[in-house]
Write a protein that binds this ligand. Structure first.
Ligand code: NAD
Length: 516
């Protein structure tokens, strides 16, 4: 009788499925198809460096609203008359940041640490505490040039997410044919819960720690979700302060304000790039964007710029949502008016909700609106297989990074919904970041027309290469030459984009070799 095994053998663990492994599925598929050399594959499968560090700051004192019940105990507390109401900063969660100057020279009535503001509500005074924030910078690959990628301030981030986003940047910079690699990073924070000066301290401290890891020729951050040109200015200041040649360090971040070395056209570049792809998609069919309808997820930098540009090309926005909810108007939403509504300082959540030119519908009803196109421009993983089954659009142009899950991709392809994948559709931002970086190096400043002309050529040329790869149509035209990239069989657009990226990256390893 065979001897019984004295213990159970542990089964070989199935690789854990994460947002990173999901994002890398398309890499693995394209790498198989083009027989990517094993060592290049190993180099690209994991990032070069994964940095995790912590940022600590002392927060400001806050006035925290108390419940109506608790406020009854303070019924006779007189309202504090503020001489300098500018010292109070209202946050999206209803709390106020209390800067000391708010109370200077005022008649203050405080009881048990509570005071009543002129708005009639009672607030508890909570003394500012010190807080620690987890921070990340993932540097994925630099075969083609310095690491490049955005800085995200959001409460739902993780190392896996930043790994996925950093890898996406490696593919995107290759597709956009700009001499950069890929990186991504940021802070686990909900920026809407912090005051302007707190975010300033957090950003300065973040850059203080990041400084050793990056440089204008090493790794160049840019804005992403939750960050903007102001944050970039702070990062530039912290990096260059006190340096003898500080003016030569402007290229340390891109997405800066044009007055301090940013590029004309950068703030709208991602949306502009999405629009150029869509324009080319319809041009190939002999159609135009004019008269087309679209729905949009996310009305931040990318979403609002895309909507404005498509609107100016004659397309109509039917429905849009953001983190707070969805609005709809079958006759078309007036995008400039919506933008003014979102930017109104009284609109604390900066939300599309409450816009008088549309009515509110259930948040997930966005997916049921019938339109020519859908532009996801919020976060990743939003178009799941279930959502993909519901959609009533003919084209998805991915403004966001990684908005479609691999399962949803299969549904879209079965349902014949066309796709312009993120790594080409939203490459306009990083492309103009590259133009900004060159302008900084040369101490030049280009006009918006120059920037857009270059961007249009870059976007359309590379998008055409991807379509040729997808259809296995090797050819040479005045604008592009796809003969070296087609792989002898048709593939879907997402895979075609990855084939283009991998062939361009692999050339560096093959021709330059590995340093060791
Ligand atoms: P942003 O912070 O300016 O805007 C994000 C928008 O998404 C906001 O309107 C927010 O309310 C909305 N949102 C957040 N959670 C949501 C949810 N659960 N449902 C619906 N809407 C939600 O960010 P952004 O810079 O416009 O970036 C948007 C996307 O585009 C991200 O995926 C980003 O990685 C990608 N991207 C940005 C750039 C760039 O240049 N800014 C470039 C390439 C790709």
């Amino acid at each position: 009788m065979p001897e019984q095994e004295p213990f159970m053998r542990a089964p070989t663990p199935a690789p854990k499925r994460t947002v990173y492994t999901d994002a890398m599925q398309i890499f693995e598929r394209a790498a198989d198809l083009i027989n990517l050399p094993p060592r290049v594959r190993l180099e690209l499968e994991e990032p070069d460096y994964e940095h995790i560090f912590y940022v600590t700051v002392r927060l400001r004192d806050r006035l925290v609203p108390i419940s109506a019940d608790a406020a009854r105990a303070f019924a006779d507390l007189p309202a504090t008359k503020l001489r300098n109401p500018d010292g109070l900063e209202l946050l999206a969660d209803g709390k106020y940041i209390l800067n000391g100057r708010a109370l200077l020279g005022s008649d203050v009535a405080i009881r048990n640490g509570h005071l009543r503001l002129p708005n009639g509500n009672v607030y508890q005074l909570v003394v500012g505490e010190s807080r620690r924030f987890k921070s990340y910078r993932v540097q994925h690959n630099q075969a083609r040039g310095p690491y490049k990628g955005g800085i995200r301030y959001h409460h739902e981030v993780s190392l896996d997410l930043f790994k996925a986003l950093a890898a996406e940047m490696t593919w995107k910079t290759a597709i956009a044919e700009i001499p950069f690699g890929g990186a991504k990073g940021g802070i686990a924070i909900d920026p809407r819960q912090y005051g302007k000066e707190e975010l300033e301290s957090i950003t300065l401290r973040f850059m203080y720690k990041l400084k050793n890891l990056i440089g204008p020729n090493i790794d160049i951050p840019a804005p992403d979700v939750g960050t903007n040109a102001e944050i970039m200015a702070l990062m530039y200041r912290q990096y260059s302060d006190g340096e003898r040649e500080r003016h030569h360090l402007r290229g340390i971040v891109t997405g800066k304000d044009v007055r301090i070395g940013g590029s004309e056209g950068r703030s709208k570049a991602t949306g502009q790039g999405v629009a150029y792809c869509i324009e080319d998609y319809y041009a190939e069919k002999g159609e135009s964007v004019r008269g087309k309808t679209f729905t949009l997820q996310g009305f931040g930098n990318v979403g609002s710029a895309t909507a404005e540009i498509l609107g100016s090309m004659g397309a109509r926005l039917l429905a849009v949502n953001d983190a707070e909810g969805t609005i709809y108007n079958g006759d078309g939403i007036d995008v400039p008016a919506l933008l003014a509504h979102v930017q109104d300082p009284k609109n604390l959540h900066r939300s599309v909700v409450g816009f008088p030119g549309a009515h509110r519908i259930e948040k997930s009803a966005l997916w049921d609106v019938s339109a020519d196109m859908l532009i996801p421009a919020a976060l990743g993983g939003e178009i799941t297989a279930d959502v993909a089954e519901r959609l009533k659009v003919k084209l998805i142009a991915e403004g966001a990074n990684g908005p479609t899950t691999p399962d949803a991709d299969k549904v879209l392809s079965r349902r014949g919904i066309d796709l312009i994948p993120d790594i080409i559709a939203n490459a306009g931002g990083v492309t103009v970041s590259y133009y900004e970086w060159i302008q900084n190096k040369r101490m030049e400043s280009w006009t918006e027309a120059e920037v857009n002309q270059k961007l249009e050529h870059a976007m359309k040329k590379n998008y055409r290469l991807i379509r040729d790869i997808a259809r296995n149509r090797p050819r040479r035209t005045e604008m592009h030459d796809s003969r070296a990239f087609c792989i002898g069989q048709p593939v879907d657009n997402r895979c075609a984009a990855m084939v283009l990226a991998l062939k361009r990256i692999a050339a560096h390893y093959q021709l330059e070799g590995f340093s060791q």
